[in-house]
Structures are given as structure tokens and as C-alpha cells.
Design a protein around this ligand. Structure first.
Ligand code: WQD
Length: 348
């Protein structure tokens, strides 16, 4: 059974990917310092898969502690690197915190991957590498614009670091450019757990609808789009998760050292359209106001995902209605659940 090291395994996409890896016959270890996540989520993974994953609570910015994980696990056959800060707005406010965390952790992981000759590497990248694209949908060959946020710039730099590492070792890599991951596992055993006030749209919507937040703000309705609000490509987190499993399988037979894929649904929806869909699904009127634009936001972006479909044999199972339904079911679960697991999670 191939052992995969998942960094950021207690996080939103990391936890959903671990479920998919286990369901597809991989064994998994996680490393996550829980600075932005909660180890309780491992119990949710166990509830779905019957497997309690080992998590190393280690800061990947500390080389010696990172190196020790590889020494203890000489049978790691692949790495999926999620661990990073990822809030666009926060990165504009605290750029050096983003560079220090996202780049230093990647340097240490890539140094260990080289020293321990790890053959396969999957990097969590982002559509923010494209900046404000001149045309949409974007393909993997769409030239990068200015990243618009320090977060996006750490992903542009990160992609090049993975490229040069693969060129200088026997490691084969896949860069997965996520668009906007939303929703929760259909079982409701795991989902998004933003610590503190949510930065992202969908948890802001569901927390407002459940009453945790008094109202949400639409950051601008004066953009040059059909309804004035920004357009994004929302993609179910379980679809994103499965693409990682397919990427690892693809690397077993790929001859290319570096493979890049857009992970988006291929559909663009505006903020106001997402709110409308949520209101339909939840049968609740959302309390929101129109506010000013958020620094760092791109106007409109959505994916051409043909390469992921053709090479990885990947297809989206979930549509926007499913995304809103699972996100709302998860918020209701958090709100009504009395189990110590979720009650311990500080997500308010
Ligand atoms: C989406 C839209 C906001 C909150 C995310 C991740 C990033 C990357 C790309 C993976 C924007 C608007 C939001 C709110 C709002 N994913 N909004 N009110 O900025 O596209 O980036 O996807 O790597 O990691 O952060 O997502 O959900 O923050 O914003 O109006 O309260 O919703 O202005 O137009 P974003 P987001």
C-alpha cells in the first residue's frame, strides 16, 4: 500500500483528500501544526473511512522537525503539499507573514523530498497565479499577470520552486491550480472550519444564514460583469480531493517531470448568483449588504479544465446546487451537533 505524506492534512482540502486517498487504497500520514486547523477533524475522517490518521503536529518552517518525519517514514512514496496560508484579503494586510510561512515551509519540504528521493509530488496551487486574466476561461498556458495579492504571488513562486526541484531530481510533479473550493463531504462528517470570522464567500454566507454572523457584505457590485459582482469558478471540495488521487496515479506512468492542471468546474458564477442559489437551496433569505471592493480581488476568472479531464480522467460530480446544499448541511450540523468533537472546534 503506497504511503502518502499530506501536509496540511487537518485543513479543509487536505482532510477531504485524505478521505479520497484512503478510499482509493493509499495509506496516509499527515503533518499539520494546527495553526489554522483543528486535529478534531481526524475523527471525522475516521468516521467516514474507519481509519484514524496519524498527524505530526509540526511547523514545516522548522527544517529539523520536518526532516525527522521523513527519517521516521522511509516508505513515503508521494507528497501532497497543502500547508499554506490562503486568504487573499489577509495576505494583502500581512504580506511578510505569507511569504515567511508559505515559502519557508515549501523550501523545507522540497529539500527533504530531494534528500529522501521522493518520486511523486503534488503541489496545491491556485487560480490566483493568473492574476486578472485578459480573457476567460483560462487554460494552463494563459500567461500570468500580476498576482493581485501576496497569497497569489506565493503560489507563482511556489510553482517555479517545484519546477526547478523536479528538473534537478528524479521527482515527477503535478501542479493543481484550484479555483474556488466550496461545500462539504456529503456525509457531513467533515467540512470547512474557518477559525474566526470567515474570509471566504461560502462560509460567510452559511454563518450569516445560521445566525453566527449578523449580516454579510458583498465586496463590490460595480465591477464590469453582468451583475456588477465578481465572477469565480466554484468547485466542490470532494471533486478537488479526487483530482489529487488521480494525479498520484497519473504520475506513476507520466514521462513528463512537471504536469499542470486547472481544477475548476469550467463555469463562472457571480457572488450574487451564488447567494441566489444558496437562498433557493436553504429556503432562507440571506441578510447581506453591498460594500466596497476588497483589495486583491480579481474581477472574473473561471477555468478551461480540458487537460485535467483528458490526462487525469477527472470529471466534476457536483454542481453549484450540490455545493450550496452540502455547505448548508454542514453548517446546520455544526450548529446542532452536541458531540464533543465538533463542540471543541473553535469556529465561531
Ligand atoms: C470569492 C468572491 C469576494 C467574502 C479563494 C481562496 C484562494 C483560492 C482562490 C485556492 C470574491 C467575494 C467574499 C465575503 C464577498 N483558492 N466575497 N463577501 O478570494 O476568490 O480566493 O479562491 O487556492 O485560496 O481564498 O475567494 O471566497 O474569498 O471570494 O463578497 O464575505 O466572494 O470579494 O469576489 P477568492 P473568496
Amino acid at each position: 500500500m503506497k504511503k502518502i505524506l499530506v501536509t496540511g492534512g487537518c485543513g479543509y482540502i487536505g482532510s477531504h483528500t485524505i478521505v479520497d486517498l484512503i478510499e482509493n487504497g493509499f495509506s496516509v500520514i499527515s503533518v499539520d501544526n494546527n495553526s489554522r486547523s483543528n486535529p478534531e477533524i481526524l475523527k471525522g475522517i475516521e468516521k467516514i473511512t474507519g481509519v484514524l490518521i496519524k498527524n505530526y503536529c509540526v511547523d514545516l518552517c522548522i527544517f529539523d522537525d520536518t526532516h525527522a518525519i521523513f527519517q521516521e517514514n522511509p516508505d513515503i512514496s508521494g507528497i501532497i503539499h497543502f500547508a499554506a496560508y490562503k486568504a487573499v484579503g489577509e495576505s494583502v494586510q500581512h504580506p511578510m507573514m505569507y511569504f515567511e510561512n508559505n515559502i519557508n515551509s515549501l523550501i523545507n519540504i522540497l529539500k527533504c523530498a530531494s534528500e529522501f528521493q521522493i518520486p511523486h509530488f503534488v503541489f496545491s496551487s491556485s487560480c490566483t497565479v493568473y492574476g486578472n486574466p485578459e480573457q476567460v476561461p483560462v487554460t494552463e498556458n494563459t500567461p500570468f499577470q500580476h498576482a493581485e495579492s501576496p497569497y497569489g504571488y506565493t503560489k507563482q513562486i511556489g510553482e517555479e520552486m517545484v519546477r526547478y526541484s523536479s528538473d534537478s531530481t528524479n521527482m515527477k510533479s503535478v501542479l493543481l491550480r484550484y479555483f474556488n473550493p466550496v461545500g462539504a463531504h456529503p456525509s457531513c462528517a467533515i467540512g470547512e472550519l474557518p477559525l474566526g470570522k470567515p474570509a471566504n464567500l461560502v462560509p460567510a454566507i452559511t454563518q450569516t444564514a445560521i445566525g453566527k454572523l449578523p449580516e454579510m457584505t458583498v465586496f463590490g457590485d460595480d465591477y464590469p460583469t453582468h451583475d456588477g459582482s465578481c465572477i469565480r469558478d466554484y468547485i466542490h471540495v470532494s471533486d478537488i480531493a479526487h483530482a489529487h488521487t488521480l494525479a498520484l496515479k497519473f504520475l506513476e506512468s507520466s514521462h513528463k517531470k512537471l504536469n499542470i492542471y486547472n481544477l475548476g468546474s469550467g463555469n463562472g458564477f457571480s457572488v450574487l448568483e451564488v447567494i441566489k442559489m444558496f437562498e433557493e437551496v436553504s429556503n432562507k433569505k440571506l441578510n447581506y449588504k453591498i460594500g466596497s471592493r476588497r483589495p486583491g480581488d480579481v474581477i472574473a476568472i473561471y477555468a478551461n479544465n480540458d487537460n485535467a479531464k483528458n490526462d487525469l480522467k477527472w470529471n466534476c460530480k457536483y454542481d453549484l446546487r450540490d455545493m450550496m446544499k452540502t455547505a448548508w448541511d454542514w453548517e446546520l450540523k455544526l450548529y446542532n451537533d452536541t458531540s464533543p468533537m465538533l463542540k471543541n472546534i473553535s469556529h465561531n
